[in-house]
Structures are given as structure tokens and as C-alpha cells.
Write a protein that binds this ligand. Sequence first.
Ligand code: UDP
Length: 328
Amino acid sequence: MKFLITGGAGFVGSHLADKLIEQGHHITVIDDLSTGRYSNIEHLEGHERFRLIIDTVLNEKLMEELIRDTDRVFHMASAVGVKLIMERPVKTIETIFRGTDVVLDFCSRYRKRVLIPSTSEVYGKGISVPFKEDDDLLTGSTAKHRWAYACAKTLDEFLALAHWKETRLQVAVVRLFNTVGPRQTGQYGMVVPNFVKAAIDNRPLTVHGDGNQSRCFGHVSDVVEGLVKTLETPECFGQVINLGNDEEVSINDLAKKAIAMTESSSEITHLSYDKVYGEGFEDMQRRVPSLEKAKKLIGYEPTRTLEDIINDVAGEFRETVRIESQSA
Ligand code: UDP
């Protein structure tokens, strides 16, 4: 089968490309390498079932050709990371909403099955965890730019569901909770690669706020399996489904765990949100998915723990350091 992965050089998209290649499919990746990295898919170049196109999903003429020519689409292209959203709010909103509009428009026209990833950010400041897919969404004021990401993604969800409602486009929406693993860079502020890297280098780990806020971290391999199953399951069309892991950890405990597991001598420091992101930032205290729906629809059950994640991420960093020191 032929798959188009937008954003396929990104963190999740590139793991998805690996998985689909492994399953014997033909993959086209379109990525403008804005936040994606060539090194994530370099190993696939030259493979007879792999093709990379460096361009933007906003190139409508090209997107029309690519979608017409494929069987299935994973629309993984998106602005990533809270840091980027705070620094480039216009680009964030445009990339998210326009990109999805283009993809859904051509998928609808050519009747192609498509997966639209959304994000746990849409649950916003909700406090009644675990978050269920039909819960109310509670974002903050438009003066706080963080929420632009959640709102743009919410609009993506509405548009996807509208295509299903009006013309039965085979579309599934997946809300990704914090997804981590090898190839994720700390460049966009993500906590796990930042902490693990700092711990390995014996530098201080910077916890934002008081560190009592919590998250659940899903290993990218579990999440990718969930994504693939979702698109192959007709009961998922017209549905919104949470994917991730439901093992909750405070950011303070995550920092301690990263230090202990890497046998680091790093210290933990705390920094206020204003100092990190500038004014106008609100964080969410807890974020835990209900995975009941994913379990029911696709038999989803995460198998990798936080310890597996830290080990994998640490292993990748150590390997990079080893290769760099060899070539120096
Ligand atoms: N965080 C932190 N130190 C860092 C990066 C992030 O304390 O170096 C905190 C961040 O403020 C948030 C949590 O860790 O409370 C998760 O951040 P991340 O950006 O990974 O994902 P988010 O859940 O905010 O989308």
C-alpha cells in the first residue's frame, strides 16, 4: 500500500515511516525540514520503497498530486513544542490550520483515508483527570499565546469531524499525549530529552515552576503502533481517540529519575515560568489520558515504561557523543 506522511522527517513521523517500511509499504514523506530533521530519515533514503520530498504542505499543487497518488495519509506535519508556540505564534497557527485544511480538502476530493493527529493540549486547564475524549475543553484567554496551539488543533478536529459528517471521509483524529523517545530533540523545550541530556553531561536540570505539575510520557514506539492500528480500523473513522501512556509522574520526580538512572551528579534547579517563556504563560497542572477508548477500539495497551523511555533516550545521546568523539 502507498502511504503519504506529511512531516515524516519529524520525531513521530520518522518513526512511523520506519514502521510502515518494515511492514512492506511504499512511503512518500513530505517535510519542509522546519522542525523535522534530515538525519531522522537519512537511513531510509535510497530504499526502493521510500521517497523524500522537501517542500511544504502549503504547496497545494504538489499536495494535490501526492494525495491523488497515494492510498493513505498520515498528516504529521505541525508546529511543535510549547517554546516554538510562544516564540512564533503566527506561524504556529498558520501551519497547523492551513496545513490540515489543505490535506483534508484533497483527501476528501480524492476519497483517501487520513489520520489527523491532535494533542492533549486541547484539554487545556481541565482538572478532572483522566481526560476522556468527550470531556469539555477548557483553554485560557486569547492573550495567553500558549492556548493558540490548543485552539488551532481543536479547529483541526472540528474540520476533520465535519468531513466525516458531511461526506463520510475516512478520517480518524488522535490526541497525542506527551510522546517521547529517540530522535526527539530538546531544542523545542521538551522536558525528557532536556533532562536526560543535562543529566548525562552532569549539568543542572532546570525544572519550571515548583515542579509539582505532572505529565504522562508515552514511548514513541507504542504511540506509532497505535497510530497505524487506528488508521486500519474502520470503527475509528469519525472518532477522536487519546493515545499515550497513563503512568503519571511529577516533573520533580522525573528530574530525580533521570539523574538516578544515568548515575549523574547533576543538581536540580527551579526557574519561574515567566523567566522561561516570558509573560503570558500558563501551564497545566496534570495531564493524564483515559486510554479506555483506544483499548476498546484498537486493543491499545502501552508496553514501554518511563524507565524504558529514559534508557532509550540516554542510549541515543551516549551513542551520538561516542560517534562525535570518534570523528573529532
Ligand atoms: N519543563 C521543565 N523543564 C524543561 C522543559 C520542560 O520543567 O527543561 C516542564 C514544562 O514546563 C512542563 C513539563 O515540563 O510543565 C512538560 O513540558 P514539555 O514541554 O515537555 O511538554 P508540555 O506538556 O508542556 O507540552
